[in-house]
Design a protein around this ligand. Structure first.
Ligand code: PEP
Length: 253
């Protein structure tokens, strides 16, 4: 049985003060929605709000994640943040290889692979993002792209470590566009992902959690969660308002 996981990616939004307020609203919303049950709830603030959010979520059901990190433990990498620094702040997860990082910061599968390995070595759960662009989908390249990203990003990872990886399937065309994939299309790719994971690591693939991401909201989360190979969601825009995110989480049960 895979524990469902819903993660909010706040991207480059919210000051520490605004993040603090969001957590207050999220917690009170979750109380009203009770019965979040087994669901794992993660928020991924900007680096500057991690400390504040860590304090606000202490002893609550909300778990902390970061949006990115460097793969080295320390050193001359101006502007970067290391896995050890994230662990020190209480992070349990880190998003790796988000399409915005691939697109705007030239992150390759090789870089993603270094980061995934570094996260696992530091006991951080990597939420590794994969997904095709619209052009790739229209050229029938979805399977090829997903396979390449998985093989590249997970190269050299031991089979027993796979269950600590969360794979987020995020079709690039669905992110922030308001045009989510259909649940059936998302499930097709989630099944493809699980089959590729099985080729790479065998039976442990059954324990890897696969999220869908791309214009998920309170009104459509239920259709994704009903799919056999989708175990949660990575949520951008709809995680930026506490009560609304609580409602989305309530609908994900
Ligand atoms: C994301 O940032 O990972 C994302 C899926 O964004 P949105 O939910 O806004 O499409």
């Amino acid at each position: 049985m895979r524990r469902p996981i819903v993660a909010g990616n706040w991207k480059m939004n919210l000051t520490a003060k605004e993040a603090s307020l969001l957590i207050e609203n999220l917690l009170s919303g979750l109380k009203e929605n009770t019965e979040t049950g087994l669901m794992e709830i993660v928020v991924c603030p900007a680096f500057t709000a991690l400390q504040t959010v860590a304090e606000k979520t202490k002893d609550t059901e909300i778990v902390l994640g970061a949006q990115n990190m460097h793969w080295e433990r320390s050193g001359a990498y101006t502007g970067e943040v290391s896995p050890a620094m994230l662990v020190d702040l209480g992070c349990k997860y880190v998003i790796i290889g988000h399409s915005e990082r691939r697109q705007y910061f030239a992150e390759t599968d090789e870089v993603v692979n270094k980061k995934v390995k570094a996260a696992l070595a530091s006991n951080l759960g990597p939420i590794m993002c994969v997904g095709e662009s619209l052009e790739e989908r229209e050229s029938d390249l979805t399977e090829k792209v997903i396979r390449e990203q998985l093989l590249g990003g997970l190269k050299g990872i031991q089979s027993e470590d796979f269950e600590n990886v969360v794979v987020a399937y995020e079709p690039v065309w669905a992110i922030g566009s308001g045009k989510a994939a259909t649940a059936e299309d998302a499930e097709k790719v989630a099944l493809l992902i699980r089959n590729i994971l099985r080729e790479l690591a065998g039976e442990v693939s059954e324990r890897v959690r696969i999220q869908y991401g791309g214009s998920v909201k309170a009104s459509n989360i239920g259709s994704f969660m009903a799919q056999p190979n989708i175990d949660g969601a990575l949520v951008g825009g709809a995680s930026l308002e506490g009560k609304g995110f609580a409602e989305l989480i309530g609908n994900a049960k």
